[in-house]
Design a protein. Structure first.
Length: 152
């Protein structure tokens, strides 16, 4: 009987661990760090991309963020979901246009309705410009595509 309980406990812990880790598997993480180390709060307060510091880090639901100041870390801790990037930090345009996870340039971003959106910007292709041309439609499609991807 004790062996059965132990097996059930191990199974439950494994399932719980997988459920917790599944969120992070959908995020755009570089060495387990979100936003390529940029400070999520600075996008909102300073209106620009600011590199965070390893020494000022915080993990929210298995996703680690770096901050440029202790104050920003504390602000984030009060309401983390407010500062997290949409679509797990993947390119908003690509998520809307064809439902794919595409890398971003964390310095190419937009705050829309109090949410952070990131975009691919390399090799003469700034997808923020394309997003701006059809934002309403692309956002609607990106929301639907992300829901499908993040629920897998």
């Amino acid at each position: 009987m004790n062996k059965t309980i132990l097996i059930l406990l191990v199974a439950l812990i494994s399932i719980t661990g997988l459920a917790q880790n599944s969120r992070a598997t959908h995020f755009n993480l570089e060495y387990k760090i979100a936003l390529q180390g940029y400070d999520p709060v600075a996008y909102f307060t300073q209106k620009k991309a600011v590199k965070g510091k390893k020494e000022i880090a915080s993990t929210y639901e298995d996703v680690t963020y770096y901050f440029s100041s202790q104050a920003n870390k504390e602000t984030f801790a009060k309401n983390p979901s407010r500062y997290e990037p949409q679509y797990g930090g993947w390119c908003a345009f690509a998520m809307g246009d064809y439902g794919k996870k595409v890398e971003v340039n964390p310095e190419t971003f937009k705050i829309l309705d109090g949410k952070l959106y990131l975009f691919y910007n390399a090799y003469f292709n700034n997808t923020l410009k394309s997003w701006n041309k059809d934002e309403v439609n692309l956002k609607k499609k990106a929301d639907a595509n992300w829901k499908k991807i993040s629920n897998q």
